[in-house]
Design a protein around this ligand. Structure first.
Ligand SMILES: O=C(O)CCC(=O)C(=O)O
Ligand SMILES: [Fe+2]
Length: 338
């Protein structure tokens, strides 16, 4: 009887839909390119650098994501960040509620999805760059949260800058392209905690979406991230590969590249254990407009996106469901519509 109910339930859930209801249907792990960052960091004249940049470009253009190894972040720093996050979510509901807000504009915000929705997710979102400006707004408890998360934030940002440099190079944009803007850019950390999957499982993780920034670097305690593979038209699971970090493309890189590199639609599902993920989102600063590189616009490739800033994204989120007709942020930027 239970098996029949399960079979019926699986048959009811659309296999490829973008719907937020995520069942237990089998989702294959995806095979991801693994980029050796050790070969990128050797300075601009390293012989391997152009090859690695090309490899990154290929990954951006095909799947829209890849893993990085030899990234230089010590295992203890990554473990420390995951533990600090876990310790924060272990605090009492009252303690966490002190940071609770529905205001998307707040630089530090706690949100418990299970309170009002069927999302079994808690989120602590905080700005992280410039770190000195924001860290004093981060949670004061657990006592070592700021130190442990701060160390990871600093390290992961270095990787983001290195990767953005290589990604822009792979687009044929000069070595100084957006260098200053990225140096001054935003880093937002979405620290997520998903409850373990229980039966009956009417709860979901995180609904399908793309991230607003240029790139997202994700650290996870166990599997639960799915990406939408456009070619296979199916969801695929991101494996957890020891010592690697996972990277995917956000809306603003799609805009810069005039659609050559597409944002990656992804979702999170529940695991049989509590899951922590830390998504570090990197882009230009609050009021800096992101525009399509003019080098990538010509008669055959007319400009496809309007310019926008991080502030525009936050405003968009704040007005969602009021005036956006269910459209995503990137849809709202497309000159000829989605
Ligand atoms: O938990 C995950 O794996 C994904 C999190 C995510 O997509 C986000 O925070 O934007
Ligand atoms: Fe995301």
């Amino acid at each position: 009887m239970a098996a029949m109910r399960e079979a019926l339930r699986l048959a009811c859930i659309s296999r490829h839909g973008f719907g937020s209801k995520v069942g237990l249907q089998a989702v294959e792990p995806v095979s991801l390119p693994v980029i050796d960052l050790g070969l990128l960091g050797d300075g601009e004249h390293s012989r391997s650098r152009p090859l690695v940049a090309r490899e990154i470009g290929r990954a951006c253009q095909s799947l829209g994501c890849f893993l990085v190894k030899n990234h230089g972040i010590h295992e203890s720093v990554m473990r420390g960040a995951l533990e600090a996050a876990s310790d924060f979510f272990d605090l009492s509901a009252e303690q966490k509620a002190e940071l609770e807000s529905k205001d998307m504009r707040k630089p530090v915000r706690y949100y418990a999805g299970y309170k009002n929705t069927n999302e079994a997710r808690e989120l602590l979102k905080h700005y992280a760059h410039p770190l000195g400006d924001w860290i004093r707004c981060w949670p004061m408890t657990p006592r070592d949260y700021r130190e442990r998360m701060g160390r990871y934030a600093t390290d992961v940002r270095k990787i983001a800058l290195l990767l953005m440099d290589a990604i822009l190079e792979s687009l044929g944009l000069g070595p100084a392209y957006l260098k200053d803007e990225l140096e001054k850019g935003m880093q937002v950390m979405a620290v997520n905690c998903y409850l373990e999957r229980t039966q009956p499982d009417h709860m979901v993780g995180l609904a399908p979406h793309s991230d607003y920034g240029c790139i997202t670097i994700l650290l996870q305690s166990c599997t639960g991230l799915h990406i939408f593979d456009k070619e296979g038209e199916s969801w695929k699971e991101i494996p957890k590969v020891p010592d690697t970090l996972y990277v995917h493309i956000g809306d603003h890189l799609e805009v810069i590249s005039n659609g050559k590199y597409k944002r990656l639609v992804h979702r999170a599902v529940l695991n049989s254990e509590k899951r922590i993920s830390i998504a570090s989102i990197h882009g230009l600063s609050m009021n800096e407009k992101v525009t399509t590189a003019k080098e990538l616009v010509d008669e055959q490739h007319p400009k496809r996106y309007k310019e926008s800033s991080f502030q525009d994204f936050v405003d968009f989120l704040s007005s969602k469901n009021k005036s956006t007709n269910g459209r995503s942020f990137i849809d709202s930027l497309m000159i000829n519509g989605p």
